[in-house]
Design a protein around this ligand. Structure first.
Ligand code: TRP
Length: 333
């Protein structure tokens, strides 16, 4: 039987090519070797997204994004967290095995506390309990499916450690009931550079969106920062922000040919930007169309997610059943 890989996708706005290369593409590749469960973490988003329409829109956007970029719901169990009531029951049980001190030290919470302290405010001002217990819900997401590996970015490493800690504490008290998951950390995410050479990130406003209209994609590509070398001058490709994106999309021969041209001289940044733009167009224009058409049809998106939830709950019920039994909950389910 295949091992289980599971990850949660926090619904955040328009995806950019850094998200694609750093998370979506590797996750889709991983799904070839594992039974993958990928879900939209809508209840995690509720800790910060407090506008009804925004949460709805984000949920559908991220669903359409993954489907348009190639997630096949026949291979991947693709669902919405909120469709799995078992998660929330397990979350309570796990909370009873989570040292409060562990949550006090969680980075996301601690950062907010530190900000309050710095500003001379009461420690917990403006911090809701959902934010505080976020890692417990995340442990439930993971442990509910006997997950073996969790592909995440570096920023989630601590959350994974908390999940492991909770599973071990639980198992220590009873017996080996829960599978203790391993993190699969993608360090390479850091190397995807944005328009200005820093890591591509929405908060730096240096991204190339995937599903924006072509003229906007073009505009962003033209904004890529370069030095002022003239076309005939030799250049170092590894110092060039255009090349650093180009090399992820072009095939290996083309990348080598370009590398040579950089080193020898004879390549202008303007032409190189055009070429990158054309490459992105050829890569994503079909998917953009598919994204747009999926976004027109929310019923279909709901249906895909509901079918995924049904498959997920089949596993969830079994695992929750063994947990309830282990702790001594006597009622029928
Ligand atoms: N906290 C994760 C993030 O912000 C999202 C997430 C929720 C998650 N539940 C998960 C990731 C379970 C992996 C496993 O990106």
């Amino acid at each position: 039987m295949k091992q289980i890989a599971l990850t949660g996708i926090k619904p955040t706005g328009h995806p950019h090519i850094g998200n694609y290369l750093g998370m979506i593409k590797p996750a889709l590749e991983l799904a070839k070797d594992y039974q993958a469960l990928y879900f939209i973490a809508d209840y995690h988003a509720l800790t910060t997204v407090k506008k009804k329409k925004e949460l709805e829109d984000l949920t559908y956007q991220v669903t359409a994004t993954w489907l348009a970029l190639g997630l096949n719901p026949d291979d991947v169990i693709f669902y919405r967290q909120s469709d799995i009531p078992e998660v929330f029951e397990l979350s309570w049980i796990l909370a009873c095995f989570t040292a409060k001190g562990l949550l006090n030290r969680a980075h996301a919470y601690k950062t907010l506390v530190d900000e309050n302290v710095q500003a001379d405010r009461e420690e917990d001002k403006g911090i809701n309990t959902g934010l505080f217990t976020y890692p417990v819900l995340m442990a439930a997401d993971i442990l509910l499916f006997d997950t073996n590996v969790v592909p995440v970015g570096l920023d989630q490493q601590q959350h994974l450690e908390i999940s492991r800690d909770v599973a071990l504490t639980f198992n220590n008290n009873y017996r080996e009931v829960l599978v203790v998951p391993d993190a699969l950390i993608r360090e390479d995410v850091m190397t995807i550079t944005g328009l200005d050479g820093r890591k591509m990130s929405k908060s730096y406003n240096n991204v190339i969106p995937i599903f924006a209209p072509s003229n906007q994609v073009r505009k962003q590509v033209m904004r890529i920062v370069t030095d002022s070398k003239r076309p005939e001058e030799p250049k170092d490709p590894d110092e060039c922000n255009i090349f650093s994106i180009y090399r992820h999309f072009a095939d290996a021969d083309a990348v080598e040919a370009k590398r040579k041209l950089y080193l020898e001289g004879g390549l202008g940044y303007g032409d190189m930007k055009n070429e990158l733009y054309e490459l992105l167009e050829s890569k994503f224009s079909d998917q953009r169309e598919q994204y747009d058409s999926l976004m027109q049809n929310r019923k279909e998106l709901d249906q895909v997610l509901e079918e995924g939830a049904e498959k997920a709950r089949y596993i969830a019920k079994r695992v929750l059943g063994k947990v309830r039994k282990a702790v001594g909950i006597t009622g029928k389910r």
